[in-house]
Each structure stands twice: as structure tokens, then as C-alpha cells.
Design a protein around this ligand. Structure first.
Ligand code: DP6
Length: 326
């Protein structure tokens, strides 16, 4: 009736940006990500308690956060036959919000794995990925480690919209992701709202969705042959194009800060000097640098030289795992 699971966040190299179904969280296009270690979130789920309780990082969750968790737990109850009773969920991230990475992706992946185990359901990465997706889209890519592809799917009920692992975390162990925290402020427009606004008002949206879809198989082929330069170029152009659709929204949406552009410009200069370092950028001002093990120290130094107040060096992470079942 009680289980604990740990999951890592992920960073998309081909981004998810825009839903075709808001309630089920179904994307317009496929996306591809890398799971990041050592950052993680640990979540415990216990069924059969006196009333539903949702605790996130030491605080009682309210509003839409609480609703999202309770909805996921309700799905598990229904699959398990419905007699599990109220649930208590406690989730804690080992990385601060200032890491610039959404802890919700790792949180919902850990929740999906823990809740299914607590309900006595069999381990099933596909079912866990579908469940995690209902909490937060990008969470479906944190159920498994390494490089995961979230296939958009075609069905209206979302049963074919989940992430599959394309390469595990051992495929490319020299790859490094260096998170550069330029600004710790909470972003003004959350991803959920920003992508909806973009879908609704950006004239570039259709082109974005079409382009991202065809970039996924290209990324897979590049990762297969471990070509850092090609992956860096693909990640950068995909990030630029996602942000371009947001710039073109009405009113425009800009997640970059002046020092974000400063760092991006500096990366170009460094590459001319032979330092292999590229970036990707989610819906916020803090870039994640892509490099290899031989250059991660140089990448950290250049992020700090461009104003990073904190830097987190990451390696490819593994699957979400059960820590204990009680
Ligand atoms: C820019 O998964 O946080 O990080 O599905 O509404 O919860 P919801 O959104 P979320 O959006 C992530 C957007 C992104 C790109 C990505 O991770 O693919």
C-alpha cells in the first residue's frame, strides 16, 4: 500500500511546445530528451490513509498542483480496481528551484512509478509514462533513463502518446550537460501558459510543430553515432525555433534575458577557438550547455564568466527506480 520512487529531471534537445489536448496533455509534436543525473526527486505514495494529502518539498500543495496529483492517483485507483482509499503523497527534490530545471518532470515520473507499485500494479514503463504525462507533459520522458523520445501519438484518448527509451544512459557516457543559472527569479509565464499562448496566437506555430517532428529522427541518428557537433547544432537550432514561435506570439513572449544572449554569443566565440560547447534553452533565461567530459570544466568557467550565479554539471541519468515497497 506504500512505495517510494526516485526519478531524474530531463532536458529536451528537441522541445515539446504546445498541446493538441489540454486536459489529457497531448502534444502537437514529438520530442526527445536526455535524463540528467545527479539531480533527482523522491516521491512516496501511500494508499488507505484517512484523507488525501499532497506534500511538495515540505509544503501542503494547493490549487492546480494538488489537483494534478490527485487526478493521477485517481487514475491508478481506477486501474487497480478502485478500493485503495485516500492517498498521501510526499515528494521532495534534491535540487533547488534555482537549478532552473522543472522539478515537476522528475516529480510526476517518480509519482507514477511509486503510485503504481503502492497500488500493486506491475512495473510497466509505458503505463507509467502515460500516467506521468497526465501530470506534466515532459514528465513522461523521465520514467526511463538516457535518451527518451516522446511520440506524439494519434489517438484521441492519448493511449499512444508516451515516451520510449532510444538509448540508455551508458550509450554516451562522455556527454555532459552543464546547467548555467544566470537568473534565479521565478519565470513570469509558466511553460503551460506560454505554450498555450503560442499555439493560440503565433503565426509560426504550424511551421514549428512540423519542423520539430522531423528533427526527432535526425537527432536519434546523430545520437546513434555520438556526433557532439551535430547534436549541438541540432539542439541550438531547435531551441532558437521554439523561442522564435514564442517571440511571434501576440503579445510576444520572451524568456531570454540580456545575459542569456551574452552567454550564447560567447559560446560561438569559444567554438571558433576549438571548445566544443553548445546550448539548449527551456522556457526561462538559464541555458543548459552541451559538451563532453574533457570540456565540462571549461564550460563551467565560461558560464561563470558570463554571469552564472550557480552551475550544475550533469551526466546522463538512469531510469526512475523504486527505492522501497512497504
Ligand atoms: C520548454 O512539461 O512543464 O521545457 O505539460 O504543461 O506541464 P506541461 O508543460 P511542461 O513543459 C515543458 C516545456 C519545455 C520543453 C520540454 O521540456 O520539452
Amino acid at each position: 500500500m506504500k512505495a517510494t520512487a526516485l526519478a531524474h529531471p530531463n532536458i529536451a534537445l528537441v522541445k515539446y511546445w504546445g498541446k493538441r489536448d489540454e486536459a489529457l496533455i497531448l502534444p502537437h509534436q514529438s520530442s526527445l530528451s536526455l535524463t540528467l543525473s545527479p539531480l533527482s526527486v523522491t516521491t512516496t505514495v501511500e494508499f488507505g490513509v484517512s484523507s488525501d494529502q499532497v506534500e511538495l518539498n515540505g509544503h501542503t500543495a494547493k490549487g492546480s498542483e494538488r489537483e494534478r496529483v490527485l487526478r493521477a492517483l485517481e487514475t491508478v485507483r481506477a486501474e487497480a480496481g478502485g478500493k485503495l482509499g485516500p492517498a498521501r503523497m510526499v515528494s521532495r527534490g534534491d535540487f533547488p528551484a534555482s537549478a532552473g530545471l522543472a522539478s515537476s518532470a522528475a516529480g510526476f515520473a517518480a509519482l507514477a512509478v511509486a503510485a503504481r507499485a503502492a497500488a500493486g500494479l506491475p512495473a510497466d514503463p509505458k503505463a507509467a509514462s502515460v500516467l506521468a504525462r497526465r501530470g506534466s507533459g515532459s514528465a513522461c520522458r523521465s520514467v526511463q533513463g538516457g535518451f527518451c523520445e516522446w511520440r506524439r501519438g494519434e489517438r484521441a484518448d492519448g493511449a499512444d502518446s508516451y515516451a520510449v527509451q532510444r538509448f540508455d544512459e551508458k550509450h554516451w557516457p562522455e556527454l555532459r550537460m552543464v546547467v548555467a543559472i544566470l537568473n534565479r527569479d521565478e519565470k513570469e509565464v509558466k511553460s503551460r501558459d506560454g505554450m498555450k499562448h503560442t499555439v493560440d496566437t503565433s503565426p509560426y506555430y504550424e511551421a514549428w510543430a512540423r519542423d520539430a517532428e522531423v528533427e526527432v529522427p535526425r537527432a536519434v541518428e546523430i545520437i546513434q553515432r555520438k556526433d557532439l557537433e551535430a547534436l549541438g547544432e541540432l539542439s541550438e537550432r531547435n531551441a532558437w525555433r521554439m523561442h522564435a514561435t514564442a517571440f511571434a506570439a501576440n503579445p510576444p513572449l520572451c524568456y531570454m534575458h540580456p545575459n542569456t544572449l551574452g552567454l550564447i554569443q560567447h559560446l560561438r566565440e569559444q567554438r571558433k577557438k576549438g571548445i566544443p560547447v553548445w546550448f539548449t534553452l527551456d522556457a526561462g533565461p538559464n541555458p543548459v550547455l552541451l559538451t563532453d567530459a574533457a570540456h565540462e570544466v571549461a564550460a563551467e568557467a565560461l558560464a561563470r564568466a558570463c554571469g552564472a550565479v550557480d552551475v550544475v554539471r550533469c551526466v546522463p541519468g538512469g531510469d526512475a527506480t523504486l527505492k522501497s515497497e512497504h
